[in-house]
Design a protein. Structure first.
Length: 522
């Protein structure tokens, strides 16, 4: 009988310990930096102060320290310190552009929402100012920051102006970090927990004006609110209009706005974006035929893409497509794609580019006059027991070649521009940059398994574009992208060494396109 009370006590203690362990595990998970992967998008408080026509706005739902902790958590053990230091440099340099010292001025009070908007005097013109928004964990933190902020700059000789605008207290003057030139700055405290810092009093007054009229601010824009619900999750939210998009994506036309969410996934970064088209277009139907092209692909591929009916893509994307297909001045890939109303497989490898098309589109005979008008000369030969068409350009040889000719007469040199197989039944047509690339396709048996697996991982079989790049081509592509160059400058070192690959898909819609991308990091 006495054993029962003892067992009851032991059971109660065990249940208590299990409950405490469960609570402790829940607390660890809830406060783990990995929780940043599941951050839900909410309407940023600062969006009310951003004009609808702002060329660019970026909102980051992190306090800065979380980013550093996440980088340390997902990096390999031997690189954790370097990863955290790289993120810290990027963060500190970004705030330094606005004249702020993150470790000494912001780290102690900043809450998880920071926003930056570039503003224009009128729609369609280049940005003329910027607005930075900072969330505070409490009212005291924001007030202490503003007090120290202007006190430090006042001691450095800055003349301060205190005024009232729309019921808000504004402080303006000139400020900078040590060693930097002073620039106009203006600040306001909203509801004790939102600090606005602008590149001048006029910019701040514009922000306060639009906050009073729903028809003028970003937070009340129907498309912006709907986009938040569709995107769902993200650590960062980006809105861009044509002024910013043209600088980021030269050749892009007819896109009125981009709304994108960026979120971490392990050691990778995932992007989900909506591109609103200025004009509706009739998108091609679901992709058919590429299922016959991809299984037939052979050989090595550092870059592999599947395009659906590129000839029917909207004008907004044709410029980007032509730039992407251009490879060191090669013209044939762009010509083939511009005439292709079916599926197209595009691979890049050590031997050059390779295209796969159906026999129906494009018709090589219809392309023949266009190639001839560009000064290309055709010839036929056999390669791996198959007849192929070779296209070359004749041009005068070098000075050395002319001297070597009889009597010093100019010698003609034939430069190979492209080669393609001739139709044989219902099999694919293959177009290549070199005879070696085409020979690899016709003779090898091994497919590019890793690239094919990466395409499948995109889970977008009906996309206009599915494209995956290995380490080297991904680094080369990003190295010429303006935002990547800016980030490298902020970090004080090239960021390409951290890139392991890139995959993206572009899915169609009548009035918008959906872009998904995944940047694989080491």
């Amino acid at each position: 009988m006495k054993a029962r009370p003892f067992l009851a006590v032991v059971l109660a203690i065990l249940m208590t310990l299990l409950s405490l362990a469960g609570v402790g595990w829940w607390w660890v998970l809830a406060h783990s930096p990995l929780q940043m992967q599941d951050t839900s998008l909410t309407m940023p408080l600062a969006a009310r102060f951003v004009p609808r026509q702002a060329p660019l706005s970026v909102y980051v739902f992190s306090d800065g320290a979380q980013l550093e902790a996440y980088a340390r958590a997902v990096a390999p053990s031997r690189h954790r310190r370097q990863a955290a230091d790289a993120v810290a440099r990027l963060r500190d340099s970004a705030f330094a552009l606005a004249g702020l010292d993150y470790p000494n001025e912001l780290a102690s009070w900043l809450a998880p929402e920071t926003g930056l908007a570039l503003l224009s005097d009128r729609p369609g013109v280049a940005p003329s100012g910027w607005l930075l928004s900072l969330r505070s964990r409490d009212a005291d933190g924001a007030r202490r920051f503003l007090q120290r902020f202007w006190q430090t700059r006042s001691l450095a000789g800055t003349d301060l102006q205190v005024s009232n605008y729309r019921g808000m207290g504004l402080i303006s003057g000139r400020g900078a970090l040590v060693g930097q030139s002073a620039v106009p700055l203006a600040t306001a405290l909203i509801n004790d927990d939102l600090v606005l810092i602008a590149s001048g009093r006029g910019v701040l007054e514009q922000a306060l004006d639009v906050s009073q009229i729903d028809e003028l601010n970003q937070a009340s824009t129907p498309a912006f609110k709907a986009g938040l619900g569709e995107l769902g999750q993200g650590l960062a939210l980006i809105s861009a209009r044509p002024q910013a998009l043209q600088a980021w994506l030269p050749g892009l036309q007819g896109v009125s706005e981009l709304l994108a969410a960026l979120r971490p996934e392990g050691a990778s970064l995932a992007l989900d974006a909506r591109l609103a088209l200025a004009e509706a277009w009739s998108q091609p139907g679901p992709g058919v035929g590429d299922a016959a092209l991809l299984p037939a692909l052979r050989g090595e591929a550092d870059s592999l893409a599947v395009l659906q009916a590129p000839a029917l893509w909207p004008e907004a994307l044709q410029g980007l497509l032509q730039r992407a297909l251009a490879s060191q001045g090669d013209e044939m890939p762009a010509l083939v794609a511009a005439a292709d109303e079916g599926p197209l497989v595009w691979a890049q490898g050590p031997r050059g580019w390779l295209l796969g098309t159906t026999p129906q589109s494009p018709d090589p005979e219809q392309l023949q006059p266009l190639l001839q008008r560009r000064g290309l000369v055709e010839a036929q030969l056999d390669l791996a027991d198959r007849p192929v068409q070779v296209w070359t350009r004749l041009q005068a040889g070098s000075a050395v070649g002319r001297k070597a000719g009889a009597g010093g007469d100019p010698q003609l040199e034939a430069t190979l521009v492209g080669v393609h197989t001739l139709a044989q039944g219902a099999g694919p047509l293959w177009w290549a940059q070199s005879l070696a690339a085409l020979s690899q396709q016709l003779e090898q048996r091994q497919p590019p398994r890793q690239r094919l697996a990466e395409l499948d991982a995109l889970q977008a079989p009906d996309a206009l574009l599915r494209w995956t790049l290995a380490q080297a081509p991904a680094r080369a592509l990003l190295a010429h992208w303006q935002p990547w160059q800016l980030l490298s400058g902020l970090g004080g070192q090239p960021l390409g060494d951290a890139v392991d690959g890139l995959s993206l898909s572009l899915e169609p819609g009548a009035e918008r396109l959906q872009l998904k991308a995944r940047l694989r990091l080491r």
